[in-house]
Structures are given as C-alpha cells and as structure tokens.
Design a protein around this ligand. Structure first.
Ligand SMILES: *[C@@H]1O[C@H](CO)[C@@H](O)[C@H](O)[C@H]1NC(C)=O
Ligand SMILES: *[C@@H]1O[C@H](CO)[C@@H](O)[C@H](O)[C@H]1NC(C)=O
Ligand SMILES: *[C@@H]1O[C@H](CO)[C@@H](O)[C@H](O)[C@H]1NC(C)=O
Ligand SMILES: *[C@@H]1O[C@H](CO)[C@@H](O)[C@H](O)[C@H]1NC(C)=O
Ligand SMILES: *[C@@H]1O[C@H](CO)[C@@H](O)[C@H](O)[C@H]1NC(C)=O
Ligand SMILES: *[C@@H]1O[C@H](CO)[C@@H](O)[C@H](O)[C@H]1NC(C)=O
Ligand SMILES: *[C@@H]1O[C@H](CO)[C@@H](O)[C@H](O)[C@H]1NC(C)=O
Ligand SMILES: *[C@@H]1O[C@H](CO)[C@@H](O)[C@H](O)[C@H]1NC(C)=O
Ligand SMILES: *[C@@H]1O[C@H](CO)[C@@H](O)[C@H](O)[C@H]1NC(C)=O
Length: 443
C-alpha cells in the first residue's frame, strides 16, 4: 500500500488565492410537509447495522414499512455558512453549494495541499461568489431529531429559505443582494438542488448536479459499503460527547491524537516487532483505530450527535463509497475521514422521495466521476437500452423536460467524491465553462 503521508499535523501553509471569506449562521424559518416515521432502535452499532440490513432488503421498501403518516414540521433553525467573494468585489451571481452525505461545507473548500482541491477557489477565479452551507442537521447547522425532523424535505426548505435571503439581501453579513443564484450540489446535495428546482423553479437560475445520475438502483451498494455505525460511537471524541470523566478525559490526559502512534510503536517494539512510526501509522489509519482517536481538541466542543445519526465506519468504507483507488492522495482521504459527517435515519428514509421531474427552464449540467459507485454502480459508461452513453447521466435529461440547455459530463478517472481526486480542478473548470456558455457567466 502507498504510504499515508502528510497527516499529522496537517501542513497548512499560509498562501491562498486572493479571496474574502467569512463564516456565520443564517437563521431560517421553515415549514415542511414530511413523513412521520416509527422509530426503531439505533443506539448500538449492531442496531444501526440492523437498520442497514432492513433498508437494503431486495424488493422491499423500509420507508413504507416505517411510515406512520405525514406531519407539518415548522421550525426555526440556523444554517452554518461560508461566504466568499473575489478579492476585487462581488458580481451579481452567486453559487450556492450543497454537500453530500459524509461531508460538510468544507467539501467545497478543502484546505489540503494549500487549497489546490478547492472548488470555491475555482469559482472565485471565474468571478463568482460562493455560499457553501452545512445542510440542516449536519455540522455546525442546527441538529435535530434524526427520524422525524432531519429529513430531505426539511433540508430542501432550508436551502430554499437561504436562497430567498440571498436574493432579497436578507443575510446581514452580506452587504448586497444577488440577482442570480446557481445551485451546485454533490450527491445528496444534488438530489436536494434538483428537488428545490422542482418545487421552486423560479428560485434558481442554474442547476449543477455533481456526483449524480438517473440511476437509483445502486443506493443499496453504498449503504452496504458504508458499514454504518452509530456516529457518536464511531468517533466518540468528535461526533459523540465523550464526557470529561470518560474517554475525553483520557484523551486529554494522554494526548491520544498526537501520541498514539509513537506509543503503539514502543509497545510493538517491546513485543519484539520492528516497525517504523510510518508503518504503524499506515496500519492505524486504515482501521477503525483512526476513528477512535480522531477529533480530540480541547478548544472545540464535540458535535454530540444523538443516536440515529449514522457514520460510515472507516477509511476503507470511505474509499469504497467515494474514492477511486490509485487516483487520489491517501493523506487527503485520511484528513477526510477525520472530518467526516453523519447521515440521519430520516435522510436515508427520504432520499428516494425527490420529485421525478422539474419544470425548471434554465440550464442544467450533470458531472459525475467515471467510477462513481452510488450513482453508476462503479461504471458510468455502462449501457442502458436505447440511451446513448453515458446513459445513467444522460438519463437525467428526462427529469428536466423544459431545461434551456442540458449537458452530461463524465470526469475521467474519478470516483463519487469528485473533489478528492487528482485533476479535480479540470472538472471544476468544465462546470464554469458550461455556465459561461449558457448565459450564467459571473459578469
Ligand atoms: C417506498 O415507500 C414510500 C412511502 O410509501 C414511497 O414514497 C416511495 O415511492 C416507495 N419507493 C419505491 C421505490 O417504491
Ligand atoms: C476582478 O478580477 C477578475 C480576474 O482578474 C476580472 O475578470 C474581473 O473583471 C475583475 N472584476 C472587477 C469588478 O474588477
Ligand atoms: C464548526 O465550529 C467549530 C467551532 O467553532 C469549528 O472549529 C469548525 O471548524 C466548524 N466546522 C464547520 C464545518 O463549520
Ligand atoms: C415563475 O415566473 C414566471 C414568469 O415570471 C411566472 O409566469 C410563473 O407563474 C412563476 N412560477 C411560479 C411557480 O412562481
Ligand atoms: C453524553 O451522552 C450520553 C448519552 O446521550 C448522556 O447520557 C450523557 O449525559 C452525556 N454526557 C454529557 C457530558 O453531555
Ligand atoms: C483545535 O481547534 C482550534 C480552533 O479551531 C485550532 O486553532 C487548533 O489548531 C486545533 N488544535 C489541534 C491540535 O488540532
Ligand atoms: C429500443 O428501441 C427499439 C427499436 O427502436 C425498440 O424496439 C425497443 O423496444 C426499445 N427498447 C426499450 C427498452 O425501450
Ligand atoms: C494538487 O497538488 C498535487 C501535488 O502537486 C497534484 O498532484 C494534484 O493533482 C493537485 N490536485 C488538484 C485537484 O489539482
Ligand atoms: C482531467 O480532466 C479534464 C476535464 O474533465 C479532462 O479533459 C482530462 O482528460 C483529465 N485528465 C486526465 C489525465 O484524466
């Protein structure tokens, strides 16, 4: 296996492309008509595994099994956002970025290797402003009940509320209003961007769906491949609350994140093994030990997700779902595992409920990695009768019968997590070029 380099401490050099960014919370009031689900046990990792087993049963529908009725969810929430504009001022067009499952808004602005994977920087260089949000329920946005509050519909309503505020100047930290809002999603964020365009076609000017396709049959691959655990048990120091008397106290006492590798190396030396610290780290980083030690930072409050928030188990499950072996930097994957985010039971139960078609009349672009697992089963060039390759991607056109322009684009060599692969920036440029060619240039 290739060495797992540049992990701890993260080397963050100072220079970043000229840009102005700030982070803040955006209050939103939403009303969402959505499912009322029976809550099943999700406390232990075995409970969560059982949920995945039931969810994946062939020709069964766990959503229908657990659905008890519908409810009107009304609530006030906070959406955590990173706003950026080019150094020399904002245009009247902004890209609103919605991450997928397993990530937060930093997916769009990875700081690894001096930000050379940053989608945000690419958009800024092309003159756009960006607003990347943590989806409702995730990261630093408001958390909530994982069955009956944090569902896809509620998140779409929150995304729409943020969009409206961008248009009418309703965000106090942003000094002007935006005339045009382009919705850019990844994976579940693409599902939500499509969903928004279906419910509120006049509230979007362009739809960019990354890590997406018309195929729905591969969701079970990724739900199985994640080997889902309870998030709070999987990374107890970061995703759980690991109280001060417990694991967190031990972490503080022994500085586990920094010290675990040399300590383990000494332990193995005493036992007669002869391993370098790099070799020890390579072993540790690709097992759940990485997750156990990830995230202790005495100055940052742990995210403390309740049971019912699930996380993929480790670096190998991250690779299966998001990364194409050989075409990504393992150090970046390790950093991503250490900053991963969960998925709620309610999100999984509603991800398949998106509208099948959207009346949106503007331009739509789909870009997906050649080896995408959740949306192409690992092969976006697979053939489907009577549809031109890449059929899973071109099939999305049927969902947008009124689009002014539609293009499907396969990013060569990439897996589902497009932004993590070598050559990601060339894929970003394909997006900006599509926008510029279809009336949505920044200026
Ligand atoms: C599963 O059941 C839900 C709730 O009844 C329904 O909305 C959804 O369309 C069903 N999914 C499939 C694939 O039939
Ligand atoms: C900002 O800089 C970009 C790139 O150099 C340029 O294309 C754009 O016209 C500039 N905008 C303003 C408002 O000066
Ligand atoms: C969330 O907030 C914490 C504490 O302020 C900060 O360290 C972290 O970077 C934030 N994460 C995101 C994704 O905004
Ligand atoms: C969207 O805007 C068009 C033109 O301004 C208008 O005719 C239409 O009713 C609007 N649709 C919705 C759903 O608001
Ligand atoms: C941590 O979470 C557990 C389970 O929800 C709870 O019993 C405990 O009181 C919490 N501890 C702290 C310090 O919040
Ligand atoms: C802990 O978090 C703070 C605030 O985000 C950050 O400045 C610091 O570098 C972090 N410490 C470690 C060891 O990661
Ligand atoms: C594909 O096209 C052929 C010829 O036009 C037609 O006979 C066949 O039914 C089509 N198959 C599907 C799956 O639509
Ligand atoms: C980032 O930099 C590395 C090292 O120079 C390079 O191999 C990689 O392709 C770059 N990644 C992107 C997304 O540009
Ligand atoms: C990098 O991405 C661009 C844009 O999709 C593509 O044209 C090019 O072939 C890719 N290069 C490699 C080596 O895959």
């Amino acid at each position: 296996m290739a060495p797992i380099n540049a992990i701890s401490p993260l080397l963050l050099a100072g220079f970043v492309a000229a840009r102005q960014c700030s982070n803040f919370l955006i209050p939103v009031d939403i009303s969402s008509r959505q499912g009322q689900f029976q809550q099943v046990p999700v406390e232990s990792n075995l409970d969560v595994g059982a949920f995945a087993t039931r969810f994946n049963e062939y020709q069964k529908n766990y959503t229908a099994t657990l659905l008890q009725g519908y409810q009107n969810l009304q609530g006030s929430y906070k959406i955590s956002a990173q706003y950026c504009h080019p150094d020399n001022g904002s245009s009247s067009t902004i890209q609103l970025l919605t991450h997928g499952i397993g990530f937060d808004k930093t997916y769009w602005d990875l700081d690894y290797n001096n930000y050379n994977y940053s989608y945000v920087n690419n958009a800024l260089e092309n003159g756009y402003s960006t607003l990347a949000i943590d989806r409702l329920g995730i990261g630093n946005s408001s958390h909530g009940d994982p069955f009956n509050e944090i569902q896809a519909q509620a998140e779409v309503e929150a995304l729409n509320a943020v969009t409206t505020k961008l248009r009418n100047g309703g965000i106090s930290q942003i000094d002007h209003s935006y005339k045009k809002v382009i919705h850019v999603g990844h994976s579940f964020g693409s599902v939500q961007s499509l969903w928004l365009s279906a419910l509120y076609p006049n509230n979007t000017d362009g739809v960019i769906l990354t890590g997406f396709s018309a195929a729905t049959q591969f969701l079970s691959y990724v739900v199985a491949g994640w080997n889902l655990h309870s998030a709070r048990l999987n990374q107890p120091l970061r995703l759980g609350n690991a109280s001060s008397e417990g694991l967190r106290g031990l972490a503080a006492q022994y500085g586990v994140t920094q010290d675990v590798v040399p300590r383990l190396q000494r332990f193995l030396e005493d036992a007669g093994a002869d391993l370098t610290s790099q070799e020890v780290w390579n072993i540790v980083a690709s097992t759940e030990v990485l997750d156990l030690i990830a995230g202790y930072n005495k100055t940052v409050a742990p995210l403390n997700y309740p049971s019912g928030y699930f996380a993929s188990s480790d670096l190998t499950s991250l690779q299966y779902a998001f990364l194409f072996p050989g075409n990504y930097d393992i150090g970046l994957a390790v950093a991503s595992e250490q900053t991963k985010q969960p998925v709620t039971a309610g999100e999984l139960l509603t991800i398949g409920s998106a509208p099948k078609t959207s009346p949106f009349k503007g331009p739509v672009f789909v870009i997906t990695g050649e080896h995408d697992v959740p949306f192409c089963g690992g092969n976006c060039y697979a053939s489907v009768p009577n549809v031109t390759a890449p059929s899973f991607l071109t099939g999305v056109k049927a969902a947008f019968p009124s689009a002014s322009a539609f293009e499907a684009y396969v990013q060569p060599g990439a897996g589902h997590g497009l932004n993590f692969h070598y050559n990601a920036t060339a894929g970003y440029q394909a997006i900006q070029d599509f926008l510029a060619g279809n009336g949505l240039a920044a200026r």
